[in-house]
Design a protein around this ligand. Sequence first.
Ligand code: ADP
Ligand code: MG
Length: 623
Amino acid sequence: MDKLTVRDFDARDKRVFVRVDFNVPLEDGRVTDDSRIRASLPTIVHLMSQGARVVLASHLGRPEGKVQDGLRLRPVGERLSLLLRRNVPVTGDALGPGTEDAIKRIRPGEALLLENLRFHAAEEKNDPQFAAALASYADIYVNDAFGTAHRAHASTVGIASLLPAYAGLLMEREIRALSSLLEEPEHPYAAILGGAKVSGKLKVLDNLLTKVDVLILGGGMANTFLLAQGKSVGKSLAEHDMVEEARALLAKAEKRGVQVVLPVDVIVAKEVTRGTEYKTLPAEKIPASWHIVDVGKQTLDLIESALRDVRTVVWNGPIGVFEIPVFGAGTRHVARILADKAQAGATVVVGGGDSVAAVQQQGLASSMTHLSTGGGASLEFLEGRELPGIAVLLDRPKPTLVRAESPAPAEPPRVFRPAPRASELAAPTRTPMPAKAPAKSPASATTRGGPMNENPAAATTPAPSAAPAGKPAAPATRKPAGSATRRTASAKRKAGAPKTSARKPAATKRKPASAKRAASAGKRSTAKRKPAATKSAARKPATARKSATARKPAASRKAATAKKAATARKAATAKKSTTTRKSTTTKKSSPARKPASARKSPAAKKPASSARRPAAAKKKPRR
Ligand code: ADP
Ligand code: MG
């Protein structure tokens, strides 16, 4: 799974809506742990230093659709301002004219934080109108909130179908780390699962059993497996209704040749409290009125030897009741072993809020390969499910998409036309395309890019000759998301779809094969269900957007430059088209396409605001 990220578009002057996970613990109106804020700093700093106008949005706690003063984001904004050394104002509400005005006033390189999204019940309902209102604030959507990626909310899913949607740098790290556990992990590979209950992690266990060589079980969940082995666990936490599932999992592990490590000795306590009586006993001899609270020394030795040669480890769930220090020895020991393994070059990923907290308590966070910031999200990811908040982000095309099946024919000259909605265009933009190939086929992009893709102006504008099929959406307009979404097919035809298709037969013919592959790679194309007219208009969203981009304000200067570039591209394309078997990607990075981006890059690297670049941008933010 590879998604386009904030590095894949030119953020300069763009309004970028960034969904972050600032759901941090607060006490007396102060942030007590700012790790989640720090985790998104790389994304925020990247965008600010590029000269983007950043609209940050998050939820905090569970206000359930009502304004709760204790869950306002002001303390978060203050901490963020401290970290960035730059004032980040917080709006009084996520919606409303005041907020809209504040957003209009954001200058390049500045950020603003919307008030708690969950003060509106519409957020968690993924209400289309709420999503459209949020989308109207920006040209581009970025999701850096991995922790809420398993929730289909307005700010994680709804908005992403209205704007070109990219992953933030934290999101990218999470996807990479967790994918490395599911896709071709290095072996030997071990999973350590602990924590409170089997039920919440049953599907993860089931999925990981198909991948790992070693399965280590600890914590409360191991008790249910001890029951499945016919042992008694006294008053320990256990799920008697899950014993059958546990037995089936053990059988599956045996069948697959997975080595399972279960506690052979345990620490038992009279009560699960501090200062209580406790002792170590063999797992077969648990007294009826005692509680298992940790694993014993023999078990830790078994765990250590099972992990001796591992190259990949995933750990989710503490090994004992680690919150009580005397029952935290097992968890601490495992954390130390894993830190050593990671330092020795193994991939070690820790997921789960409590497990991560245990690692952090020991000061071992930076030793691990990756600590996931999303408890529930990381579990769902490890179950092998596609998280809705990730599914909606633009895919990076696979290398197999690079080669076109037939040589690209010479294309007609491209003419940049004045944009009918120039007044709405967000900011001057020069070819904000990544050097890489597109994320989506035009068809699949269309299914997701509603408003922009259906922009009538874009539809009637010929695509630049070298524009790649399905290049990632680079937004040109800031029009309210809702309006264009509701356009009918006939309205689009009226607006110029036939004209477009008449003018672009070559391009239309040239793209279907790769477009189809891209669509199937993305697994989300609904293009097949679309009426023909919609499809034909839809096939060109990226190029159309590009044209729109070239038509942006300052238009005269830029459009002139763009014209020159287009002419240069045309000349180059015409020269090569008869002899070269070209891919869309190759075209994108062909010399003929370079002038625009070459001209663009110095400016992009040094936005006007660079002098005011936040201090945090200059040094790597601590994680
Ligand atoms: P994570 O947040 O890492 O996914 P869980 O939420 O599943 O982990 O479980 C963490 C909780 O499990 C901790 O509060 C810990 O005290 C508890 N726990 C671990 N071992 C035991 C045990 N033997 N008996 C009862 N609770 C346990
Ligand atoms: Mg937990």
